[in-house]
Design a protein. Structure first.
Length: 115
């Protein structure tokens, strides 16, 4: 089992920045890929950014150049640095881990960007 706890969400004006953090615990050595997803009201959950255990990353087109995912394996943490935020980035952001083929999710943290 893997437990994930997000923090760092909040309210920010357009053009501002936020940094999300996700703390992993439990069977952390089994974790391969970690990612951030988001879900806006009335929309499907979508992948925002992903990082493998080897450090390879990929991003949704809508956030490329603005968001950066990073992973600190020593601290069992994954981060999402979000810059140049837009109202369209408003959503609940979820931390995700893939371990032994199973999906694990955090409880989510709200990010609201005002125009």
């Amino acid at each position: 089992q893997v437990q994930l706890v997000e923090s760092g969400g909040g309210l920010v004006q357009a053009g501002g920045s936020l940094r999300l953090s996700c703390a992993a615990s439990g069977a952390i050595l089994s974790i391969n890929t970690m990612a951030w997803y988001r879900q806006a009201p009335g929309k499907q959950r979508e992948m925002v950014a992903r990082v493998t255990s080897g450090g390879s990353t990929n991003y949704a087109d809508s956030v490329k150049g603005r968001f950066t995912i990073s992973r600190d394996n020593a601290k069992n943490m994954v981060y999402l640095q979000m810059n140049s935020l837009e109202p369209e980035d408003t959503a609940v952001y979820y931390c995700h881990a893939l371990a032994y083929g199973r999906n694990y999710w955090g409880q989510g943290t709200q990010v609201t960007v005002s125009s």
